[in-house]
Design a protein around this ligand. Structure first.
Ligand code: ARG
Length: 467
């Protein structure tokens, strides 16, 4: 029997196609844990408000406990054609188990606030799991950065060789992105941590429930301030999806760059066999499928975010059934991002860096041209002129197949009279790296400092995880 059958004539029944189409039980049954927790808390609040006797409360809690155990043992027990959603099936089973006391549990309560509460509980828990996974990924970046503290590599702009940086500096760039994502998750959590229960269907429950006690019972920081809003709000979910999109985007950027660096043209990284696949047709292939999927799955997460954004646009207050469509994108995005983070971390721990190739690449291709212009500027040449002089020297090198360091002083002086013998030392790889000696720069001492800072920030992040 439907929860709302009273108003409907007994003879007609629902169109079977419509009935199946509008049900959410096939996907919201994963909220069973949240539903039971919220129902326990709600039963206690009803007892507090004098609606349930101590004995009825006990029967209800006993029944909810049985539902939990039996559903764990026998998941099919919850597969009920009759039930619309998880809220309905839990009530049906509860009434079967404890009779009339179970029929009282819905007093003053609405599925509108139940789903809002379940989703906040689900989001909070998922958010904390994702935060822990992000911390693990950051740890892997820091661990690998230590290995590349003494390895230079080219940094690219426009995917063209730009200036040399330390390999550690490169890896720490990704750590920054994920530190920000962890921070975003923390911000988001403050707005997730709000209890809607007690809002009733739309106007607030018609019973004097102690909402603060309900919030404490369910571990929420605050209670919602407005019943209309609380029952129809999914901003907290959308915000979480937006953060998940950021994470997916960052993983995708990293995956893309790693796939480029794994080509034989670059050869900076060797794909770990445990995270690569072969080709059924081409015997020589080792493919970066893990990295490609990190890139591809980002589309899915952004799609989920867009689905929920579009769904919310134009919804009048308060609850509308459209909101049921906000569930599956959330479940899918959480699963996708958790999986991606797990794979990315495993991959990063296992990947091999070819430091020799990285370092060799950093020694050629005019990565020291900016430093060469800096050298002239240091000798009093206006930077714009210094830039032009080195630019001409580069053209000369390209024509003659040389690097700046292999030009003679005589050749160099054709472009500027200010070149002196100390020029050669100033454009050596070590000297070029050392020039970038300021916070955020790639001079070795700065990178070491940045790594130490990052370790402290990771420790601080870890501190907040256990809570
Ligand atoms: N399954 C519904 C959902 O997820 C629960 C709320 C239903 N409320 C209602 N008034 N029909 O949105």
């Amino acid at each position: 029997m439907k929860m709302w059958a009273g108003r409907f004539s007994r003879s007609a029944g629902l169109d079977p196609g419509f009935e199946r189409w509008q049900r959410s039980l096939p996907f919201d049954r994963r909220l069973l844990g949240e539903e039971l927790a919220a129902s326990r808390a709600y039963a206690k609040a009803l007892k507090g408000a004098g609606v349930l006797s101590a004995e009825e409360l006990e029967r209800i809690l006993e029944g909810l406990g049985q539902i939990e155990k039996r559903a764990a043992r026998e998941p099919a027990w919850l597969e009920d054609e009759q039930a619309e959603d998880i809220h309905h099936v839990v009530e049906l089973r509860l009434v079967e188990l404890v009779g009339e006391a179970g029929e009282k549990l819905h007093t003053g309560r609405s599925r509108n606030e139940q789903i809002a509460t379940d989703l906040r509980l689900f989001t909070r828990q998922s958010l904390e799991r994702v935060r822990a996974r992000v911390a693990e990924l950051i740890e892997a970046f820091l661990a690998r950065a230590v290995e590349l503290e003494g390895t230079a590599m080219p940094a690219y702009t426009h995917l063209q060789r730009a200036e040399p940086v330390l390999g550690a500096h490169w890896l720490l760039a990704y750590a920054e992105m994920f530190f920000r994502d962890a921070e975003r998750l923390g911000d988001c959590r403050r707005r997730v941590d709000v209890l809607p229960l007690g809002s009733g269907a739309v106007a607030g429950a018609g019973y004097p429930l102690d909402r603060e006690a309900l919030a404490r019972e369910l571990g929420f920081e605050r209670i919602s301030a407005n019943s209309l809003e609380a029952t129809s709000d999914r901003d907290f979910e959308l915000e979480f999806l937006q953060v998940l999109s950021f994470i997916a985007l960052h993983l995708s950027r990293w995956g893309e760059e790693m796939a480029i660096f794994a080509t034989s043209e670059f050869g900076f990284v060797r794909l770990p066999e445990r995270f690569a696949t072969g080709s059924s047709a081409m015997p020589q292939k080792k493919n970066p499928d893990a990295l490609e999927l990190l890139r591809g799955k980002a589309g899915r997460v952004v799609g989920a975010t867009l689905a929920v954004t579009t769904l919310l646009k134009g919804l009048p207050l308060a609850y509308n059934k459209d909101l049921q469509e906000a569930q599956e994108p959330l479940f899918d995005a959480v699963e996708t991002v958790e999986g991606s983070l797990r794979i990315a971390t495993g991959f990063l721990r296992a990947v091999e860096f070819d430091s020799e190739r990285m370092q060799a690449a950093a020694r050629s291709g005019f990565l020291n041209a900016t430093a060469a212009a800096g050298y002239l500027a240091g000798r009093g040449v206006a930077f714009r002129r210094a830039h032009a002089a080195v630019g001409q020297a580069v053209v000369h090198c390209l024509e003659t197949g040389k690097e700046l360091a292999s030009l003679s002083l005589e050749e160099l002086r054709r472009f500027s009279p200010e070149f002196q013998p100390d020029f050669y030392d100033s454009i050596g790889l070590e000297a070029v790296l050392a020039r970038h000696d300021l916070p955020g720069g790639t001079a070795p001492a700065r990178v070491e400092q940045a790594l130490a800072e990052a370790r402290k920030r990771l420790a601080a992040l870890r501190e907040t995880l256990s809570r």
